[in-house]
Design a protein around this ligand. Structure first.
Ligand code: MG
Length: 399
């Protein structure tokens, strides 16, 4: 750790100590931030401790040939092998789904497509399916079914194990658009595992912001790599890009073959930057909106640190908010407190001052960060004041 990083580690630790309470001091083992500051397209600093933590998910278990695995803890289960209560007929009149449920799977019964009652958009989707063990038919006539994302984009289900068909209609294809990059099917009768990441197209005022993408793993082998969507899929017709609704049902195809499904679940995905998400490359406008919100939250945190006997934690936390937004009121308060801090130091008896070595070096490190990222001017008087104290005490020599 260089001096600056060390100083900012302390800078952060001081605020963390007071804000989270002494008992959680050890929880934060690094600085709130010490990397490059927020900019026009990134609302957070590099390694920013104010950035929200990822949610905790307990992973599931993998399936075996005989046994479906367990979904991750935040999965929304659409079919767990017991019933079709979450499904309905996709026919014009709707009504209950009429597929067979047996021994932990559902099976196509020539009663038409079925779809989820629930509607959703972007997702990580897990589906397992098995073509009939008894091989019948060929090409598109063998173990044909399909998984229609939002009821519109078919990821093909087909027994292509020793069964050639047109490339853009194989198992794991985006039907009629993208052939799978590999044919990784197991023999018919065995369950095949699809893991799909789906991002719907996003349009605004008729303009495409994101065409939408799909990634598909077939039995753990990559079949679609962030393949760009060209709108809904269909038989023989060329797909046409266009806007999708926000949500749609997941639909499974009845193509007349008794294909089985089990262990169907999905996880919701956080929004992309183009639809209001705050990770990724944001527009200047979205970045500034988010930076304002972060600054406002930190200013609120700072309020809780106000202490008439020690203004330092409040000053540091409030100063931190300026990294995101140069709020005039916060800025002038920080300047005033910083000047007062230096004045107080200068008035301390020498013996008392000596006990403040680490603190002074750390506060000055924080000032230097603010200067480095142009939040404070190069000629920031309190920093100059601290430089003088540090030099006079010889504290610059041993570091
Ligand atoms: Mg199909």
């Amino acid at each position: 750790m260089n001096d600056l990083a060390m100083a900012l580690y302390r800078f952060a630790a001081v605020s963390a100590l007071t804000f989270f309470g002494a008992t959680s001091y050890g929880v934060l083992s690094g600085p709130v931030f010490y990397g490059d500051a927020p900019d026009d397209h990134h609302p957070w600093a590099v390694h920013d401790r104010n950035r929200p933590q990822p949610k905790i998910v307990t992973p599931g278990t993998f399936s075996s040939p005989d046994q479906a695995g367990k979904p991750p803890s935040d999965a929304i289960v659409l079919f767990d092998g017991s019933d079709l209560s979450q499904w309905e007929s996709a026919g014009r009149n709707g009504g209950p789904a009429k597929w067979l449920v047996k021994d932990g799977y559902m099976e196509v019964t020539k009663t038409g497509d079925i779809r989820t009652k629930e509607k959703f958009g972007d997702c990580q989707l897990h589906v397992e399916w098995a073509a009939p063990a008894k091989v019948q038919g060929d090409s598109q006539g063998r173990g044909n079914s399909g998984i229609f994302l939002m009821g519109r984009v078919e990821i093909q289900v087909l027994d292509v194990y020793n069964n050639p068909t047109y490339a853009d209609g194989g198992a794991g294809s985006v039907y009629g658009v993208h052939p799978p990059m590999a044919n990784a099917l197991r023999p018919p009768g065995e369950f095949q595992v699809y893991d799909i990441v789906f991002r719907r197209p996003v349009y605004k005022d008729g303009q495409v912001l994101d065409p939408g993408y799909v990634t598909v793993f077939v039995n753990g082998v990559l079949a679609q790599d962030h393949a760009v969507l060209e709108g809904g899929t269909g038989h023989m017709g060329r797909s046409k890009p266009g806007p999708f609704p926000e949500k749609g049902p997941l639909q499974l195809q009845d193509h007349g073959n008794p294909t089985r499904f089990r262990n169907i679940w999905y996880r919701e995905l956080p929004p992309r930057a183009v639809e209001g998400g705050t990770d990724g490359w944001l527009s200047v406008e979205a970045t500034m909106t988010k930076r304002k919100a972060i600054a406002s939250d930190i200013r609120k945190d700072a309020e809780a640190l106000k202490d008439s006997s020690n203004s330092l934690p409040y000053m540091l936390r409030l100063m931190e908010s300026l990294v995101y937004e140069k709020d005039e009121s916060a800025y002038s308060q920080v300047i005033q407190m910083a000047e007062q801090y230096v004045t107080n130091l200068k008035n301390l008896p020498v013996d008392n001052l000596k006990t403040k070595k680490d603190e002074v070096l750390n506060v000055n490190g924080a000032f230097k960060y603010m200067i480095r990222f142009k939040i404070f001017p190069d000629s920031f008087a309190p920093s100059t004041g601290l430089d003088q104290i540090i030099k006079a005490q010889g504290w610059d020599k041993r570091r």
